[in-house]
Design a binder for this molecule. Sequence first.
Ligand code: ADP
Length: 434
Amino acid sequence: MNVHANLTSGALLVLNSGSSSVKFTVFRVEPEGREITPLFAGQLTGIGTDARLSAKTAAREPIADESWADRDTGSVPVLLPHLISWIERHLPADLPLMAAGHRVVHGGANLHHPERITDDVLAELETLIPLAPLHQPQNVAAIKVLAESRSDLPQVACFDTAFHHAQPAHATTYAIPRHLTEAGIRRYGFHGLSYEYIARQLLATHPDLATGRVVVAHLGNGSSLCAIKDGTSIDTTMGFSVLEGVPMGTRSGGLDPGILIYLMRKFDMDVNDLERLLYHQSGLLGVSGVSNDMRVLLGSSDPHCAEAVDLFCLRVAKEVSALACSMGGIDALVFTAGIGEHSAAVRAGVCAHLEWLGIELDRARNAGDEALISTDASLPVHVMATDEEFMIARHTVDVLTNRGDARHGPAAQIEGASGSGEGCCTAPAQAQET
Ligand code: ADP
């Protein structure tokens, strides 16, 4: 494993590895690591069933849409070296692949900042697998494959948990016996790379809000909300696992823990049954019985679909109120991620429950997905595009150019962000949903 090389210019690969798919973005880095520009992005999907590669340039022009089923032996580790070769064939001749940055779901209690991967860091990431058994193994596997097949490439791990590490103990502690808290059963929070990107964008575009109290609603397949005060995470809705908080595409969100005891006793459910139920059969899919996709629910006349959307909006609104409480008030609400950025109906549904907070949407602005969707008299409500891949790229370059420590604070500016930070070549589906 190359732990010494520095990245100052070249191509940088950002990987988001899941069990049946790998999402990637390739960036051009120059000069001295100051500018980071997306080149192309894509995803390998259906690994193990019917693998397929699709990719687009930063200008959204398709450069691949092909079956890889013939190479598919059912695993990410087998296909990843092929993917690296494909990427290298599509790089400009003067732009060698210099490094890789990974989205890693869990940094645990100790890894608070992006880390250059060493044998010690890798060993620590492996100890965290029990905390995120559905996601962490895929992240670790991708790092190992790259370390073996491309030992010349330095690698950096960026954690979904890291942005939340400074939360006060009363936000991270469950009301359970202390020895269990000390054994690591505490609230960690996720979607940190998205929240960090939004916090840094706010600093660039709304410096007044960057030092204020902002609730960010990251609403996608995986959804959570975060209370950001003075650029720092104060509280968030996901906790020990990516199940807590609001209902999601197929995940339950928070529910009465007594239900789990009841299901085990009454229906003899074991750990696998519960995992399947809570991660894959619940949420919008469970309530609607139709789909986990918000677009499908909004377009359906089935009353169960409408019920799922209503339930989602109420639960999101309740969390906005709870997080405002954690910050002692709220100066703005920000919607982001697939649903937050694109669904005027869901934003309206959420905000209808928040009029008592002084929130009033401007219909035309909301329908147009404008950056500011509230009326001039309202508490400001913004729509902002998130870009976790850019955040990983920025961190990776900073770590490899030894600028990391200076940039970890909330005051760090987004530098060299491509365009308006609209995630210009973010692929539509996520490899790793958190
Ligand atoms: P992930 O959590 O996998 O990153 P995304 O942020 O891509 O997910 O969000 C996916 C969700 O966004 C899906 O439920 C999808 O239906 C929803 N979505 C995307 N575009 C729209 C739209 N125009 N209207 C409503 N929902 C949308």
